[in-house]
Design a protein around this ligand. Sequence first.
Ligand code: HEM
Length: 170
Amino acid sequence: MELSYSTVSSVLDSWEKLRAHSDFEETVGIQLFQNFLTLQPNAKLALGLPKDLDITSRATMEENKRFAKKASYFVKFFLLMIGKVVDMLGPDMDTVEDILLDLGQRHVRYGVQPEFYVSLGQALMTTLEANLKPADFNAPVKAAWVQVYAAISHSMIMGHNQLLKETQQK
Ligand code: HEM
């Protein structure tokens, strides 16, 4: 995994701008989940949501609140992971990779399929684009996000595949 300092700091800068959004968790979080689940309705089960929940319709307030809770929980972890990657940039990239391999293995147990990562990446880009000013989400910033997300999800999918291989061998 190779990420330059400028790539990661560009992601962190725009992430901070996004967090400054007045209702980051409620609005941005719900949008991320709606975008993700629109692309990947099969992921509902893994997130503990009813299979037939229509996320595109105007959800009731109750459902919105449940969404927001899940979304903010997830968004928090996501930030934590990016933070970890940044902290360990440089000589310690092997450690980050090990952490992400483990994380990917745990996600197999959460019912996550490899293709969910692709949809989440797409949903993330759409959500960033919709909530950041065009100047703050310009081509280089977007490219940095794509690179960071690809690196993280690639290692997680490797962990996923490793675990499946190990279980098959047993
Ligand atoms: C790059 C992408 C992702 C990152 C960085 C990420 C990160 C995390 C982290 C740090 C946790 C905390 C629990 C742990 O450490 O084992 C977690 C939990 C979880 N993630 Fe992800 N995740 C990603 C993608 C996904 C996707 C695509 C799904 C699809 C549905 C998903 C579903 C879940 C679920 C269901 C949990 C467990 C929540 C619970 O404990 O109730 N994650 N994720």
